[in-house]
Write a protein that binds this ligand. Sequence first.
Ligand SMILES: [Zn+2]
Length: 264
Amino acid sequence: MPLDVLFEIFSYLLPYDMLNLSRTSKPFRNLLMDRNSVSFWKAARCNVPGLPEPFPGMSEPVFANLCYSPHCHVCLKSNVQDVIWDLRIRLCNICKKTSTVSISVAKSRLYLKESKRLLPHISTYLVKWNDQVTDDWVRGVQRLLISDMDDVEKAWVSLPASKEGRDQFLKDEDRRFKDIEKHAEVCDNWSQNKKYDRSQELNEVRQEHLRTILRKLNEAGYGEDVTFSDKHRDVHGRDPICYHPFVRQAKPLTDRIWQNRCPA
Ligand SMILES: [Zn+2]
């Protein structure tokens, strides 16, 4: 295929499509991971309304992977839906435990007595009370990535011994940390809005599914049952028929599906 046609197609893709395409073959990988292809990734990101820019210092493909590829970044376990924006990573429940440490543990592991100066420059995340972690004791605790801790520590020990050099390092790290923290909040808001929009969308599909079923039941001569169910709504105003697993499905009702499920 001529490259100009390929480039035209790229302009309509979304970040998730770009990721999948880059994983289909080596030529596509080489093309899309080339620095000169950054404009395709930017265009794909702009095709998603509201999707923020990548974090400072993060490339477009890495950011797309963070936003759209639901796997653990440590062990590659699939179906990891939530991004820990503060740490810019996805972690499965096991790796949340094995790849992070609490602040108190970090203090004891950081380089000699400098831990107090280094810690404020390492991103942390708060393990929420509803987080799917295996141990209750980690809930409500600030944790940080062991790899982030190692990186900062490595940079610190390689610094020249001068006070000026170390002060400048801490100043730069402080600015970087604040930029990341601010952007993590932007990304988290975008993610929450996306989840809300998706739940609204699914709710609308469910409502349409229910309306179609009620209409078809009426047409099939079950009007009395429909009226009976409607008169016996629960305290939340929900029609009991809504609790049936078939009725609760969030997908359009086709004639073929109805033929298979229609009461005799
Ligand atoms: Zn994992």
